[in-house]
Write a protein that binds this ligand. Structure first.
Ligand SMILES: Nc1ncnc2c1ncn2[C@@H]1O[C@H](COP(=O)(O)OP(=O)(O)OP(=O)(O)O)[C@@H](O)[C@H]1O
Ligand SMILES: [Mg+2]
Length: 234
């Protein structure tokens, strides 16, 4: 019996940078990080789901585990967005805006020291056409700023309503006023991202200093009417 190589292809050999990258465009560092984050997030999801299956877990722990699963699912969606890379065409989906706002507030409450009061008087179901995770990320950025400005013991009030074909989400905090909050760990890009995210949904951002000195941040989004977004929030 001969000792020739079995199953080895003529071109095999150690992979080189050339033959690894030729087939695909080079991913940016954000895409690379997103790619590598999928596994640890999947691990968190798997662990939390396994712990939830334990019928002996007390109710309080179960609720916390459910929230961990919800948050991890959310991170997965954002990672998915990041993997698409900048400028990728992402399909719009109809977003239930009342539920999205409620979920975003619930998530922010887990980590902030301020109190968040949520007012959604009109519970008529309303939808916004938006790609992927855009609206929630935009609102989360505004809420993080507001709760940071309000500080421990402070208050943030979020009011949501429909004004004709426009969904109006107003966030007012009782902090020291726009631009004068204490410097935190801010990287200074949250609002810039928010403006861009809202624009991708046909929406926009307004910032006002109220007579009281308090900051009001308003997110305006076009409500979906008869299967298409109504006119834009301009
Ligand atoms: N609710 C607010 N009250 C007072 N100042 C605010 C408020 N929201 C934003 N600002 C001001 O606008 C600046 C820019 O906000 P932005 O969210 O872009 O950056 P950041 O919060 O400093 O950092 P990052 O969002 O990247 O963590 C803030 O540093 C702050 O001075
Ligand atoms: Mg910010």
């Amino acid at each position: 019996m001969g000792s020739g190589t079995i199953g080895q292809e003529a071109n095999s050999g150690p992979p080189t940078r050339g033959n690894l990258t030729d087939a695909h465009p080079r991913a940016g560092t954000v895409q690379q990080a997103a790619h590598d984050l999928r596994q640890p997030v999947a691990a968190v999801l798997a662990l939390a789901s396994a712990a939830l299956a334990d019928e002996l877990a007390p109710e309080r722990v179960r609720r916390q585990l459910e929230q961990i699963v919800t948050e991890a699912h959310w991170i997965s969606q954002v990672i998915h967005d990041m993997l698409d890379g900048p400028g990728a065409l992402v399909d719009d989906v109809a977003v239930d805006i009342l539920t999205l706002v409620r979920d975003t507030v619930r998530s922010e409450r887990l980590t902030c020291a301020a109190q968040i009061v949520l007012q959604q008087k009109d519970q008529t179901p309303r939808y916004i056409m938006a790609p992927g995770t855009r609206i929630r990320r935009a609102l989360a950025n505004v809420l993080v700023n507001a709760t940071r400005a309000a500080g421990p013991g402070g208050q943030v009030k979020l009011t949501e309503r429909a004004d004709g074909n426009t969904e109006v989400i107003e966030v007012v905090d009782d902090g020291p006023g726009f631009g004068s909050m204490a410097v935190g760990n801010g990287t200074g890009i949250g609002l810039q991202i928010t403006v861009q995210l809202l624009a991708e949904c046909g929406g926009r951002l307004q910032i006002e200093r109220l007579r009281s000195g308090q900051t009001l941040v308003r997110l305006l989004l076009p409500i979906l009417a008869h299967g298409r977004a109504a006119g834009g929030a301009r």
